[in-house]
Design a protein around this ligand. Structure first.
Ligand code: URA
Length: 232
């Protein structure tokens, strides 16, 4: 993005005001006074009168993903989650994490690559809470056994390492809450498959401190609050 556009989008000033600020030496790029309106800004730190400016294009969105949508920006077969956003918000947006085609719930989208990376980083250990519906009802003895096994870690088909400790809360014989600290491919479905059960419904309630809540219907979205963005 050109520097004058960056300044006007980041501060709300007009393009000509941005040019004026540049000419009077009020703007630095990576600490150096810059007067060139056309300078291309990617990841550099831009300051106005010594104050760092937030990248204007950074957008952070929580979407209530419906079933039948793919967590991708384009696909030949299925509709993509990006299509649920207004056109003007789609530019540069990526899914920060994925949900299966038939999974519903909290999906984060952003155009901030570093934030998305942090969210998915194993080091950050951002927890995810799923509500899981099972085909085979659990007896209380099975529920206690599975809670223990998930807390210890289970061996998934084709994986060398055990899963990280996961917390299970049994709500009814066929509905549980599962909290994971990692996100392997189809992890929830594979964990229940490893203990001889089958997931028939999967809904993500929370990612880190970001909760879906009941105010967003399927297909609806909202901007994250600054506190939610900072929590990742
Ligand atoms: N685990 C799964 O199996 N599917 C999802 O969509 C998310 C987690």
């Amino acid at each position: 993005m050109r520097l004058d556009r960056f300044l006007s989008e980041a501060t709300g000033m007009t393009r000509s005001q941005a040019k004026k600020a540049l000419h009077s030496g009020e703007v630095t790029v990576e600490g150096e006074i810059t007067k060139k309106s056309s300078e291309q800004i990617k990841e550099q730190m831009v300051c106005l009168n010594g104050q760092p400016l937030k990248r204007p294009s950074d957008r952070y969105i929580l979407l209530h993903k419906p079933t039948g949508y793919i967590s991708a920006t384009q696909d030949e077969v299925h509709p993509c989650v990006l299509q649920l956003l207004p056109t003007e918000l789609r530019r540069g947006m990526q899914c920060a994490g994925r949900l299966d085609l038939d999974t519903t719930g909290a999906l984060l989208l952003t155009d901030d690559g570093q934030w998305s990376h942090r969210l998915r980083s194993p080091k950050k250990a951002c927890s995810k809470v799923y509500q899981v519906d099972l085909s085979n009802p659990l007896t209380s003895a099975e529920a206690a056994d599975i809670t223990e096994r998930f807390a210890q870690g289970v061996q998934l088909n084709g994986e060398e390492q055990l899963t990280l400790p996961a917390q299970l809360v049994v709500l009814t014989p066929t509905r549980v809450l599962l909290t994971l600290q990692e996100g392997k491919y189809h992890q929830v479905k594979r964990m229940f498959s490893a203990i001889g059960n089958h997931v028939v419904g999967l809904h993500r309630l929370q990612v880190g401190d970001i909760q879906l809540g009941s105010d967003l219907a399927e297909g609806e979205w909202r901007h994250l609050t600054p506190e939610e963005v900072a929590s990742i």
